[in-house]
Write a protein that binds this ligand. Sequence first.
Ligand code: NAD
Ligand code: UDP
Length: 320
Amino acid sequence: MRVLITGAAGFLGSHLVDRFLAEGHRVVGVDNFVTGSWRNLRHLQDRDDFFLIEHDISGPLYLADRVDGVLHFASPASPVDYLELPIQTLKVGSLGTHVSLGLAKAHKARFLLASTSEVYGDPQVHPQSEDYWGHVNPIGPRGVYDEAKRFAEAITMAYHRYHGLDTRIARIFNTYGPRMRPADGRVVSNFIVQALRGDPITLYGDGSQTRSFCFVEDEVEGIFRLFFSDYNGPVNLGNPREFTVRQLAEMVVRETGSSSRLLERPLPEDDPKVRRPDISLARDLLAWAPAVDLRNGLRATIPHFRALVEEEGAQARTLH
Ligand code: NAD
Ligand code: UDP
């Protein structure tokens, strides 16, 4: 197959590019580098089965050569990024999804949307299964991301129902691993970089809020299987083991051998209090479940950040 992946220079997008190439497919990447990096793609520069189009996918894109699949991963994804880039985030989730769907329709290609657990907002049902409609504040600061992704799901289903497009929706839960930027601003990169530098670990609130962290290799396997399945509805893809943010901080301190202390900072507005995927559907449909636990995932991730801290003095990026 020849697939187009938007957001190819980002964390998840670049791992997905590698996965498709490893299976013998050809890949066209699209990225405007707003949060992505050439570093994530430099190992591919001499290959003739990959090329990158530098383009903002919120504007039209026409491709003469056939593609069989379009995977739309372009979007700022870290709260720090999307709070700094609210309009671009709304545009890439709405206009960018429209352009990506239009490309898929023109090429009669399969389409996969990178959606998110944020469509559930600050959930009142726990754990979250796909039939839960969510609890999102549309006018709060996080609304720019959450509502853009909810619109993206809606327009994806409309293209499926109205145009008969072959579509998939992956609801991705907190994923971490090598290639995240040290200054990404999400919790795993922040804590590891802070711990490696000996800086205070910034716990937002008292750290009692929960997340369920999925190692990137597991996530990409789930996305890959979903793409090759025949299911059109949304599917949760994440690790169902739930941790408080404080537990994560303590594990990171232990695994890095750091002497950093934990420092409580204000909890951001609308920060979800709990999050854990019910992955029964993914288990049944895709015979998929994460294999890497948090401790081993952190052990595989810490060396990536250690190199950047030691060689470049990399720093974390916090909201406050
Ligand atoms: P990331 O910031 O590392 O990657 C996003 C990529 O999209 C970057 O390379 C960026 O430059 C590119 N991009 C952004 N806007 C663009 C535009 N208008 N045109 C072209 N390229 C653009 O983030 P990530 O963690 O790799 O997330 C990738 C996708 O997965 C996003 O859609 C995100 O919403 C979704 N997702 C990720 C997670 C996670 O935990 N990593 C969880 C839920 C959903
Ligand atoms: N968080 C934190 N310290 C940080 C960054 C994040 O305590 O330096 C918390 C944040 O408030 C949230 C959780 O960690 O409760 C996960 O945040 P992240 O930005 O990774 O993504 P989210 O799941 O909120 O989209």
